[in-house]
Design a protein around this ligand. Structure first.
Ligand SMILES: [Fe+2]
Length: 510
């Protein structure tokens, strides 16, 4: 495949007072064309040592018939896969055809509520009340949030529902799986790999009778999936536990004070999405739950100030304490920012949302957990509205130095709900290097790919899906992680716009 000289110069990439962020609407539109794997145009020098598949999952369809979904979580999923080998790339994009989507296409109408999308056609019934009471509400499994490759199986994840399996060669949907009857119902969008144990850990928040429980699962690199333990949660129904983090010896959960009031149950039973009625209840506080992997019944749990841990970058053990780094929220402002999609918000609405943000909304914090005293202390690592933190995956669970994330520049935050910059943060010194991509360029989650024979932690590449609002098309930016200020060394171009994505996964070639 012919490689073209990279057009972007450093001068184009450096911050400029003329940078604008208003042409972001392509990020919140349904994909125009699904396609099988096909050659993608390469610009610049795509290193031949990058060999593997880059996956990104996220919303793909923003409408059900003529009705726009009320929340991005309710959009039908779109799996994007880019196979990179020897300086060339092939890409595919496929809507995840869930049973719910197929049924609604056939019926030509709404059949199910979403997390926030209301199905007005539903009526309260004994069966729906019973379904809600047993945690089996007929929410559509959009499989649109994340993914993992486990034992060569491509698994699309949507935390409110079971796992959906896709064919890794074609991205075609194969249906839901319980991984051999083990996964009871829901499965997180954020499993975490513990290399010392050659095992990924995951969880599901499930309603079981009158209890809300965390079911914890082990997914070893070989052998069957297993249940590790079950931890009851103390109030019901818990609204939301999005992510957790693992060290070599512990699993760490932060349970936010989200609550569905009993007075609102009727509306959910009637057909409203339950996210619509969940409340942030300060008085509940948050709960810290620590599960020792080798003694999972010996759980440490305690209450603390109300907060939500949105996405975790890393955690490690140090002198009897657990250090966790994550995007912190004092409320659910992030979901208000990128979630709702009924209409594209006006510039005034976006600016008003920005002005209402608390100072520590979606900033990067470090929590130090003392297991002996059952206490937690917070410090701020990066005080900017940011998300999608990633590190060198070889250091997951260990002390580390560099974190990569995306943030909103202040200029951007007042004109778009999306992100504008890639940041490389030195967690030891607090120093950071920021790459503001440029006018109408919107980066997604940045993945770190280690260079072959790397001897330094940051010796690798960042791969990042970018929407270019100037031309209404997407590309993957390939950036030298030791020199992010110089901008992309290569771009892998799609011929069309891709809606924004939530999470990415790198599966190295064998
Ligand atoms: Fe997430």
């Amino acid at each position: 495949m012919k490689q073209q000289k990279l057009e972007n110069s450093v001068a184009n990439i450096n911050p400029s007072p003329h940078i604008t962020h208003k042409r972001w609407h392509g990020l919140a539109q349904s994909i125009e064309q699904e396609h099988d794997f096909q050659d993608l145009r390469i610009e610049g020098n795509l290193p031949k040592e990058i060999n593997g598949t880059f996956y990104q999952n996220g919303p793909g369809l923003f409408e059900r018939e003529d009705d726009r979904y009320s929340h991005a979580f309710d959009c039908d999923g779109l799996m994007r896969a880019i196979k990179i080998q020897d300086g060339c790339a092939k890409g595919a994009a496929k809507i995840i055809e869930s049973a719910g989507l197929l049924a609604e296409r056939q019926a030509g109408k709404t059949l199910m509520s979403g997390i926030e999308t209301t199905c007005y056609g539903l009526k309260p019934s004994f069966n729906r009340i019973k379904a809600f009471a047993t945690g089996k509400v007929d929410t559509k499994n959009n499989a649109n949030t994340s993914m993992m490759v486990w034992q060569d199986r491509l698994l699309a994840l949507y935390e409110a529902s079971p796992i959906t399996e896709l064919n890794p060669q074609t991205l075609e949907s194969m249906g839901e799986t319980t991984l051999g009857g083990v996964i009871k119902s829901a499965f997180t969008a954020h499993p975490h790999w513990v290399s010392e144990r050659k095992t990924a850990f995951g969880f599901g928040v499930d309603l079981e009778g009158l209890k809300t429980v965390l079911n914890i699962y082990e997914l070893p690199s070989s052998g069957p999936c297993k249940v590790l333990t079950q931890v009851p949660l103390k109030w019901r129904p818990v609204g939301y536990v999005h992510d957790f983090i693992a060290t070599p010896n512990y699993l760490v959960f932060f349970i936010p004070p989200l609550h569905l009031p009993t007075s609102k149950l009727y509306k959910v039973v009637k057909g409203d999405g339950n996210f619509t009625h969940i409340e942030w209840r300060e008085s509940l506080g948050s709960e810290v739950i620590i599960i020792p992997i080798d003694n999972p019944e010996n759980v440490t749990r305690f209450k603390c100030e109300p907060f939500i841990g949105i996405h975790f970058a890393n955690a490690y053990e140090e002198n009897g304490k657990i250090i966790t780094d994550f995007t912190y929220g004092p409320d659910t402002v992030l979901y208000d920012s990128v979630g709702p999609t009924p209409t594209l918000p006006t510039q005034r609405a976006i600016k008003n949302r920005y002005l209402k943000r608390k100072a520590d909304s979606s900033v990067m914090k470090r929590a130090t957990i003392d297991l002996q005293s059952s206490s937690i202390e917070f410090s701020t690592l990066w005080n900017s509205f940011c998300e999608f933190p990633k590190i060198n995956p070889g250091l997951q669970g260990s002390d580390y130095q560099f974190m990569y994330l995306v943030q909103q520049s202040k200029n951007c935050a007042q004109t778009t709900p999306y992100f504008s910059d890639i940041v490389k943060l030195n967690t030891k010194t607090g120093d950071a290097v920021t790459l503001e991509l440029g006018s109408e360029l919107y980066p997604g989650e940045p993945l770190f790919i280690r260079k072959q024979d790397a001897s330094q932690e940051d010796e690798g590449y960042l791969l990042c899906m970018v929407y270019d609002g100037n031309i209404n098309k997407n590309h993957i930016a390939v950036i030298d992680a030791q020199d992010i200020q110089s901008g992309p060394i290569a771009k892998i171009h799609f011929d069309q716009a891709m809606p924004f994505g939530f999470h990415c996964f790198w599966h190295p070639a064998k």
